[in-house]
Design a protein around this ligand. Structure first.
Ligand code: FAD
Ligand code: SIN
Length: 538
């Protein structure tokens, strides 16, 4: 079935929903999202949103911290505009009804600001330790009552509608929407739009251990790559230092905000080891903390390290971190009395689809915001809590830019052929999907993880090349399903990460290769950009 709207939004996290609310002022909006509307990394965000709110803080300080974490690869103009736009975006969320945590200061109430690794000031606006849930709920409530927005849940986008591929070579870089599988009917619908926003989030599920929810399969990055967009800096995968270590906890995150409130990482024998690794000790940037834990675990042979909060009053911990406190208790750990066992896990995709300051990709009418994008804010390593901030700022700018494009496009949307299932039949060997998925996630963890080497990367490249061909054959032979779409995207994203990591023969930010342990500014002070030729009509 064909569905037309002015704007198509793919994804219903912070980037997609905040864009949709603004875009709806200029036209009709369809949001497609592959599960229920709330299911997103946004919903699970804990720590908060970094922004200069305190009188003791300055834009310059936030900019400096972001640039330091980014290890030479941030785009300074983007850093400055995102940081400076932060307070306005926070106030919009408050007007939308988000109840951020506050505290009394003298006679006034003010926002309670948390601290996280790499930040030299308290600047994390939060709603206890459930910031993402508070933000997502407010955005969903507003979207659901907006008459210009229609939400299609359980619709997974398969591929972008590239003009060059489906219409002809006249507008070779343009995008007109996407094909999406309605998972409840099995039908593939054609969503046509004058402007499309990709807001599909990150790709943590490429790795065996991740803090990310199951939706994080890098679909948007893979779709944009297939459509000929520039993709940059995929080697910079951020590993969060502290996920709960417990056989039954599916990578539950233990927020960095705990270290911001005085938490200390210790080895089994109580040694506060971070002091040996960085002058900022437990509040060093994430890449340094994750690598230090990896180093200590390899040295000791232990399974985990421990985050010790026991120096803080029990009442404070229960009030400030109610979600984490309750979750730990469910696993038999009382964080008020004993240290929490933790390990690093894949957390954030710093690279993605290249965009400018208004979220426009290198393809016409294709905008990208949130974790799928590479705007230049994060460089080689994202500063904690800068992601929700970036999503808000870029989505707002993209909505204004796309609004102008929609006005100028009038009725020019061409007709695009309906999805062609070809001779595909229903697969009776779904085990191929689970086997390939597990294999990719395991070798990505072992060979393309926190510490890399040329030999490990070569091994990973050989394996992904074999699997890619097998997955591609399978993709065209069998009827399309959610799992098959995700597997194809996971394999593409794994390939992009490996290729980018192979190209960067130095160590910088989140990319650490033992064969080149130093930064090499003379040769690598630049982005790693990958692109396919634009598709052409068969
Ligand atoms: P998401 O919120 O992930 O939303 C992606 C959406 O796209 C989902 O609705 C998904 O279903 C949909 N989707 C994906 N593929 C398709 C497809 N093919 N078709 C249709 N729909 C699709 N950052 C901070 O700044 N502060 C924090 O405190 C913080 N805490 C975090 C805690 C956790 C546990 C995690 C996992 C991340 C955290 N982050 C934090 C990172 C931050 O939450 C994410 O980077 C951010 O929420 C990404 O927003 P997004 O809108 O780009 O994507
Ligand atoms: C956290 O709460 O530690 C996550 C913050 C982030 O990823 O920015």
């Amino acid at each position: 079935m064909e569905k037309r709207s002015d704007f198509l939004v793919i994804g219903s996290g912070i980037a997609g929903l905040s864009f949709a609310l603004k875009a709806a002022q200029n036209g009709t909006v369809s949001i497609i999202t592959k599960r229920a509307i709330r299911e997103s990394a946004t919903f699970y965000a804990q720590g908060g949103i970094a922004s200069v709110i305190s009188k003791e803080d300055t834009f310059d300080s936030h900019i400096k911290d972001t640039l330091y974490a980014g290890a030479g690869l941030c785009r300074e103009d983007i850093v400055a505009l995102v940081v400076k736009d932060g307070p306005a975006r926070i106030h919009e969320l408050i007007e939308l009804g988000v109840k951020f945590s506050s505290r009394v200061n003298g006679h006034e109430r003010e926002l309670d600001l948390g601290r996280e690794g790499g930040h030299s000031k308290r600047r994390i606006v939060h709603a206890e330790d459930l910031t993402g849930k508070a933000v997502e709920e407010a955005l969903v409530a507003s979207v659901e009552t907006n008459p210009n927005i229609k939400v299609f849940e359980n619709h997974i986008a398969i591929d972008l509608l590239s003009h060059a591929k489906f219409v002809g070579p006249t507008d070779e870089e343009g995008i007109w929407g996407a094909y999406a599988l309605d998972k409840t009917t099995g039908e593939v619908n054609t969503f046509l739009a004058k402007a499309t926003l990709l807001a599909t989030g990150g790709a943590g599920k490429v790795y065996l251990y991740t803090s990310n929810p199951d939706i994080a399969t890098g679909d948007g990055i893979a779709m944009a790559y297939r459509a000929g967009a520039d993709i940059a800096n995929m080697e910079f995968i951020q590993f969060h230092p502290t996920c709960l270590y417990h056989s039954k906890a599916k990578s539950f995150l233990i927020s960095e905000a705990l270290r911001g409130e005085g938490g200390v990482l210790r080895l089994k024998d109580n040694d506060p080891f971070m002091k040996r690794h960085h002058p900022m000790a437990d509040l060093a940037p994430r890449d340094i903390v994750a690598r230090a834990i990896d180093f200590e675990l390899k040295k000791s042979g232990d399974d985990c390290v421990y985050l010790d909060m026991t120096s803080k009053p029990a009442g404070f911990l229960r009030d400030r971190f109610p979600n984490i406190h309750t979750k730990c208790l469910e696993f038999g750990i009382d964080m008020t009395k004993e240290p929490i066992p933790v390990v690093p896990a894949a957390h954030y995709t710093c690279g993605g689809v290249v965009t400018g300051a208004d979220g426009l990709s290198t393809l016409k009418r294709l905008y990208v915001a949130g974790e799928s994008a590479c705007t230049g804010l994060h460089g080689a390593n994202r500063l904690a809590s800068n992601s929700l901030l970036e999503s808000l700022v870029i989505a707002e700018r993209a909505s204004r830019h796309a609004g102008e494009v929609v006005k100028a496009t009038k009725d020019a949307v061409p007709s695009i052929p309906a999805w062609e299932p070809g001779g595909a039949v229903v697969s009776d060997e779904a085990v191929v999907i689970t086997q390939n998925w597990d294999e990719i996630r395991r070798f990505m963890w072992n060979y393309v993880g926190i510490v890399r080497s040329d030999k490990r990367l070569e091994r990973a490249e050989r394996r992904i090349n074999l699997l890619k061909d097998e997955i591609n054959d399978y993709y065209w032979d069998f009827k399309i399903t959610n799992n098959l779409i995700e597997l194809r995207n996971i394999s593409t994203v794994a390939e992009l990460i490996i290729k980018s990591a192979r190209l960067r023969k130095e160590s910088r930010g989140l990319h650490y290769n033992i064969d080149y342990p130093e930064k090499d500014d003379a040769n690598f002070l630049k982005d790693t950009v990958l692109r396919l030729p634009h598709p052409t009509k068969a």
